[in-house]
Design a protein around this ligand. Structure first.
Ligand SMILES: O=P(O)(O)OC[C@H]1O[C@H](OP(=O)(O)OP(=O)(O)O)[C@H](O)[C@@H]1O
Ligand SMILES: O=c1cc[nH]c(=O)[nH]1
Ligand SMILES: [Mg+2]
Length: 208
């Protein structure tokens, strides 16, 4: 399976803080932002470079810069925004798309309510961000939409994944590389990741 677990000690330490039920809303938001900066560093590791000529204060030299069009983050609203901001701290020139999806609590089927993407998304590397990959239905729906819009090179970055969600995303979109900070044990009967961190949106925005 095309899955990378981000095992950097700082990421793992911060994930433990996020999981802890005692972590406040403000703390959760801050730590998610810190973690996503570290995640962006790992997810962008394979970006291509090209050499350009520059002048230092002392001499001319050839130096590397990122080649091609700027990458595009796509945030799955609303919880995706909790890890988008840290990624933008690290890659401030990135383009950003938004897809609004919520899981129907009874059926766990994602319902789309918003879509706004850059026109030229087909020419960019796309990194979809959402803290949770549970059943995988939201991620698969978002990736399907992006492919319809022409996106060809797609990665998915999350804080936590369930084995069931990874398998579902892989079955539908085997070309998508997934980056996650941990793969947890299982989903429960309500589609929550166990042991998990609870409802990411509610913890980010204090709605429960
Ligand atoms: O893999 P799945 O089973 O589809 O579940 C994961 C989705 O559930 C959460 O969003 P939610 O629907 O709670 O919406 P929110 O971000 O608005 O809180 C989460 O942020 C994912 O988008
Ligand atoms: O555990 C889960 C599953 C889906 N969405 C969440 O926010 N948490
Ligand atoms: Mg939620």
């Amino acid at each position: 399976m095309n899955v990378t677990v981000l095992d950097h000690p700082l990421i793992q330490h911060k994930l433990t803080l996020l999981r802890d039920r005692e972590t406040s809303t403000a703390g959760f938001r801050r730590i998610a932002r810190e973690m996503s900066m570290l995640m962006a560093y790992e997810v962008t590791r394979g970006l291509k470079l090209e050499m350009i000529e520059i002048e230092t204060p002392l001499e001319r030299m050839e130096a590397p810069q990122l080649s091609g069009k700027k990458l595009c983050f796509v945030s799955i609203l609303r919880a995706g925004n909790g890890i988008l901001e840290g990624m933008l701290d690290l890659v401030p020139g990135a383009r950003v798309g938004h897809i609004g999806l919520y899981r129907d609590p009874q059926t766990l089927v994602p319902v789309e309510y918003y879509l706004k993407l850059p026109d030229d998304i087909g020419e960019r590397m796309v990194i979809v961000v959402d803290p949770m990959l549970a059943t995988g239905h939201s991620a698969a729906a978002a990736v399907g939409r992006l492919k319809q819009a022409g996106a060809a090179q797609i990665r998915f970055a999350c804080l936590l994944a369930a084995p069931e969600g990874l398998a579902a995303l892989q079955a539908e979109h085997g070309d998508v590389e997934v980056f996650t900070c941990a793969v947890d044990r299982q989903l429960d009967d309500h589609g929550y990741i166990r042991p998990g961190l609870g409802d990411a949106g509610d913890r980010l925005y204090g709605t429960k």
